[in-house]
Design a protein around this ligand. Structure first.
Ligand code: AHG
Ligand code: MN
Ligand code: MN
Length: 284
């Protein structure tokens, strides 16, 4: 299989797995009393979704490495592209039935590596609908995934070549420990933009992709690199936003250029409308 075919196979495989994840959450809501490599409580759903996706992705010809937010080390599984996933993003939203998702980055490079090595990225949003936002070859397309009889799925194209043109909303996390500079920036933004914050990166970014605006999870006074993980969350989402003519930043420049020291590295994260990102960089 060539790289394009492998990418298509990874997208298809996750799309086929998505309805199983969505329907399997019901009995896996509780914490399992373990910590993930980011020292965070994990739910049974995090572990289970990771196992399901790992089995699918590592069996695809042309995938050579698999890494996950839920696993300490990288799994070598042959030759080819490297796939890094956040199997369930926003899993603390499960008990309250808010949006959650799955994030996938496909790198043509040895993990851990910079976001510039991404050749595709996509996320699934589990909500009233199960949707998938896919960035590939410079375009961003959105699909609704419909479960069909016999474990089959249909992917309906509902958004083609999406661009972040408007700037209407903002969603900034970590507010209890913002720096003074960020607090001032947020109070300026709050005067002109509508607040939308759900506690799941994929849900919040998906709103920015549709309504236009900006998402941020900045450094905190108690965590200088913020909360979100570079390899599994920020790089893939930045690739999607930048493919939609938006911008990403760690406060200084594109997330995709951030040097990677270790697999579970966190990074201050900003993504959305280019003008808003530039305004943030000039004010922090
Ligand atoms: P995960 O469930 O994969 O650990 O991700 C949760 C992340 C991200 O989805 C979201 O933006 C952020 O946590 C929300 O953090 P707060 O709960 O601090 O708002
Ligand atoms: Mn996450
Ligand atoms: Mn997660």
């Amino acid at each position: 299989m060539d790289k394009e075919e492998t990418v298509d196979e990874v997208v298809r495989s996750v799309a086929e797995t998505a309805p199983h994840i969505s329907s399997g959450l019901m009995h896996r809501r509780e914490y399992v009393g373990e910590q993930n490599p980011s020292d965070e409580e994990v739910r049974e759903a995090d572990v289970w979704a990771n196992e399901l996706l790992k089995e699918q992705i590592t069996s695809i010809e042309g995938v050579g490495q698999f890494a996950s937010e839920e696993e300490k080390i990288i799994t070598d599984c042959g030759e080819g592209l490297a796939v890094a996933i956040d199997p369930l993003d926003g899993s603390s939203n499960i008990p309250t039935n808010n949006l959650i998702g799955t994030i996938v980055g496909i790198y043509d490079g040895e993990l851990p590596c910079k976001g510039e090595n991404l050749v595709a990225a996509f996320y699934v949003v589990y909500g009233p609908l199960t949707t998938m936002m896919v960035a590939l070859n410079g375009d961003v397309n959105e699909y609704v995934i419909e479960e069909r009889p016999g474990d089959d799925i249909e992917m309906y194209l509902v958004g083609e070549d999406l661009e972040i043109e408007d700037d209407r909303i903002y969603g900034f996390g970590g507010n209890k420990n913002w720096t003074e500079e960020f607090r001032e920036f947020e109070s300026e933004i709050a005067e002109d933009y509508k607040l939308r914050y759900s506690g799941a990166l994929v849900g919040d970014v998906n709103q920015v992709m549709h309504h236009g605006g900006m998402f941020a999870y900045p450094e905190r006074t108690d965590a200088s690199n913020g909360k979100l993980r570079l390899l599994f969350e920020c790089n893939p989402v930045s690739y999607i936003v930048e493919s939609a003519s938006g911008a990403s930043s760690d406060g200084a420049g594109s997330i995709l250029k951030v040097e990677v020291e270790e697999l579970h590295q966190r990074v201050p994260f900003f993504a959305g409308h280019t003008d808003m990102i530039r305004k943030m960089e000039n004010s922090l």
